[in-house]
Design a protein around this ligand. Structure first.
Ligand SMILES: Nc1ncnc2c1ncn2[C@@H]1O[C@H](COP(=O)(O)OP(=O)(O)OP(=O)(O)O)[C@@H](O)[C@H]1O
Length: 779
């Protein structure tokens, strides 16, 4: 608590300056008549002055004269001096008036000095009093302020005190409650203590019981184990029973089949019987018919006999007919009777036979069926064994085939790689885009293609002013070449990436020469899709096809831009464009791990599973790029755009693994510094582009020349791609060329750059790359 201390009052208001002030005023008071500050003091002074005032002017001169003549200048320092002066007695001879006068005038002088000193004292006291008064007023004012501050403070403190009192009361109440609670808790504790004792004793009992229960549990566990063993055995038995049951089911099915067959035979036989019965019926009907016809014949005979009797001449023939008919009838009758007897006998016999057969079949079938079941079981077992043997054989054959396939695959990879190495690990293709009739007239004089056998499809001639320049590359694609024609060459490198190699494909060339067209193409038209979508299509197609051989692939994509040596993430969700806010404050640091992989910290990496995923991320990247360009007021691309696919494959069967990388890069449009006329930021941009492009060409050039020390220099692009350049990595560069005449100077520049990259200008021998020692050159 802070203690209140009143401000210290100045103890000596009449210090030197105050005193000087007072004496000054005294002097003024002597010359000027001032109002009486202190009436009493003033009256004393007036009396003295009045007494002395008679000869004031002359006396003062005399006084000083006297003082100086006597040589005794009296000084008053204190009251005692005055009293001493007043007590002084004049010692003169009685009649010595002159001496007396002199002494008195001397005395008067002293008295005057004394009065002067006293007045000065009085004045100083008055001044002191005044200053004390003002000090007092000031002090009083301060005091009243302090008083009011104190009263405020006191009221505050009173309020605080009241609050504290309230708090104290509430605390006291709480304390009381706490105490009551404490007492209750103590009681509860006591109860709990007694309960604990009871619980301890019961715990001891429970422990004993627990021991017993544990023993019982052990016994139960043993029992359970036994039961589990039994259950296992029963399960096995059950399985064998199920097996047996399934065998029996199979047998039952077979028996049912046999029974069905037999019942089908029985049906056939009963049908046959029915047919026979029908035959008998029809024969009976025939018999009845013949009997009726016999009756008719007899009636006819009677009629004929009647007619015979009447017609005698025709009687012989009729009689013969009748006789023959009778004979026939007799024979038919006989035959029919015999047949009827036979059929009846056969029917009865068949009936008997059928019943016997059925009974016999039933009697015979059971053991036969049992035998059949046995034999079918044996057959099934043999069949099973045969099938097992066949399966084993097939498996061995399959394993041999798979081994042959993987050997073949390895051989294919080796051959593919050898072919690409023979073609060159670093290759340069030239692509001339068609002339764009944008109000321009094409005279076709700038670019031509040599027709000599050794340069056909490989050479390009450029006419610039009066000079002609010839270049040869690994392939030259003319203006008529389609995206598919170009992709045929690229697809081999895509296969290399799937085989686990690192591949970099660059598109280089002046602004508007067709780099983006080559890499991305036109998404809207299937035939005009560029290398990136086509490569991805091939990758998905191949990985799908390889699934049957046990391969499982994981494909991850990332896309970044390097603008003015600054990395921009093109797949950053919600990326607005450029500037620090575009990266959401992320730092993109490039690092290389021990396995030769490039890691860009904070970069968005997307898993891609289908062409749709790829289309989506390409759209997003294109949008991010165009927003960036608009914000930078770019007319065309001024940044390097790097699309990276990381392909990781594992073969479940052979446990082989591959880790390939495919980088597809749309480089910034090249521009000659001298020609660009750029200034300010534009100049800086152009310088940055040229610097990184020349660093890239230096790297590839020294890799092609098999140099030990590769100059990765201070360029983000080359540092980023470091693990993918050199060694057994594959590098392919497109030099894109515009056919327009005004750009011939630029075209010459691009072609020279490309020629330097692969040292393939005519007359310079081609070189193969070899395993290089890559230098770490972190920018
Ligand atoms: N082979 C081609 N067939 C048809 N059109 C093409 C071809 N190559 C380029 N083009 C067209 O030429 C124009 C410029 O091409 P593109 O934008 O690809 O050039 P670029 O080199 O990427 O330019 P920049 O450096 O400015 O980005 C585009 O309209 C493109 O469609």
């Amino acid at each position: 608590m802070s203690s209140f201390r009143p401000p210290t009052t100045p103890r000596s208001p009449l210090k030197k300056e105050n005193f000087d002030e007072a004496s000054k005023r005294r002097r003024v008071g002597l010359t000027k008549t001032t109002g009486p500050a202190n009436p009493r003091a003033r009256s004393v002074l007036s009396t003295i002055n009045a007494g002395a005032g008679v000869n004031a002017g002359a006396q003062s001169d005399n006084m000083s004269d006297a003082a100086s003549t006597n040589g005794s200048l009296i000084e008053f320092t204190c009251k005692e001096d005055v009293e001493r002066l007043l007590a002084e007695k004049l010692r003169t001879k009685k009649n010595d008036i002159k001496g007396k006068c002199e002494q008195q005038s001397e005395y008067i002088k002293k008295l005057r000095l004394c009065i002067t000193w006293t007045m000065e004292q009085v004045d100083s006291y008055l001044a002191e009093q005044e200053s004390l008064k003002t000090n007092l007023e000031g002090e009083q004012k301060r005091h009243s302020e302090l008083e009011s501050a104190l009263s405020d403070k006191i009221s505050q403190l009173t309020a605080t005190l009241e609050e504290l009192m309230r708090e104290m009361n509430s605390i006291q109440e709480a304390l009381k409650k706490e105490e009551a609670r404490k007492i209750a808790a103590i009681e509860a504790y006591e109860n709990e203590k007694s309960l604990k004792q009871v619980a301890d004793s019961s715990l001891a009992n429970l422990r004993e019981e627990l021991e017993k229960v544990r023993e019982e549990a052990k016994w139960v566990r043993d029992q359970l184990k036994m039961v589990q063993d039994n259950s296992k055995r029963l399960q096995e038995y059950n399985t064998s029973l199920q097996q047996y049951n399934s065998n029996l089911q199979e047998d039952k099915a077979k028996h049912e089949e046999t029974i069905e067959k037999l019942s089908r035979e029985k049906n056939a036989m009963s049908e046959y019987n029915c047919n026979l019965k029908d035959q008998v019926g029809s024969l009976r009907l025939q018999l009845a018919a013949s009997q009726s016809s016999q009756q008719e014949a007899l009636s006819q005979r009677d009629n004929l006999r009647d007619q015979l009797q009447t017609v005698t001449a025709a009687c012989n023939t009729a009689c013969a007919k009748v006789e023959s008919l009778e004979a026939q009838l007799e024979s038919v009758k006989e035959t029919l009777t015999k047949q009827l007897e036979l059929v009846t006998f056969e029917a009865s016999e068949l009936e008997v036979c059928f019943v016997c057969m059925y009974i016999t079949a039933v009697i015979i079938c059971v053991p036969i069926l049992c035998q059949l079941a046995d034999s079918s079981g044996v057959q099934a077992i043999t069949r099973f064994e045969n099938a097992d043997r066949t399966i084993r054989d097939l498996r061995e054959q399959l394993a041999r085939a798979e081994a042959r396939i993987s050997e073949g695959e390895a051989l294919r990879k080796r051959l593919h790689n050898t072919i690409l190495e023979l073609k060159g690990n670093i290759r340069v293709f030239c692509r001339v885009r068609p002339f764009i009739t944008d109000g321009n007239v094409y005279d076709g004089s700038a670019i031509s293609f040599p027709t000599s056998t050794d340069l056909v499809g490989r050479g390009i001639d450029l006419a610039n002013q009066t000079q002609k320049y010839s270049f040869a590359f690994d392939r030259v694609f003319g203006p008529d070449s389609s995206q598919q024609d170009v992709f045929v060459e690229i697809s081999q490198l895509v296969q290399s990436a799937l085989d686990g190699y690192k591949v970099c494909i660059f598109a280089y060339g002046q602004t508007g020469s067709g780099k983006t067209y080559t890499m991305m193409g036109r998404q809207s038209s299937e035939g005009e899709k560029g290398m990136i979508p086509r490569s991805l299509h091939q990758i998905f197609k191949t990985t799908r096809a390889l699934t049957s051989e046990g391969w499982e692939y994981c494909i991850q994509a990332s896309m970044l831009e390097i603008y003015n040596e600054t990395i921009r993430d093109l797949l950053l969700p919600g990326r607005p464009g450029v500037g620090p806010e575009a990266s959401n404050g992320k730092q993109y640091n490039i690092k290389h791990d021990a396995n030769g992989n490039t890691i860009v910290s904070d970069l968005t990496i997307e898993d891609v599973h289908s062409q749709e995923d790829v289309d989506r991320i390409l759209r997003q990247a294109e949008q991010s790029r165009s927003v960036g360009r608009t914000q930078m007021n770019e007319q065309s691309s001024r940044s390097h755009c790097v699309f990276t696919l990381r392909i990781s494959g594992v073969n479940k069967k052979t446990e082989q693994q591959v880790q390939g990388v495919l980088n597809l890069i749309d480089l910034a449009g090249s521009e000659r510094l001298a020609k660009s006329g750029a200034t300010g930021d534009r100049l800086k941009e152009t310088q940055a582009i040229n610097k990184s492009l020349s660093a890239l060409s230096d790297v590839i050039f020294s890799l092609a020349k098999k140099e030990d020390h590769v100059p990765f220099r201070n360029s983000k692009l080359t540092y980023l791609l470091q693990p993918c350049l050199g060694g057994d990595s594959k590098t392919l560069m497109f030099v894109n060329v515009s056919p327009e005449v005004p750009s011939a100077g630029e075209t010459l520049c691009s072609l020279r750059f490309a020629a330097r990259v692969n040292s393939c200008e005519i007359g310079v021998p081609r070189r193969q790359t070899q395993q290089m020692k890559l230098l770490d050159s972190r920018p």
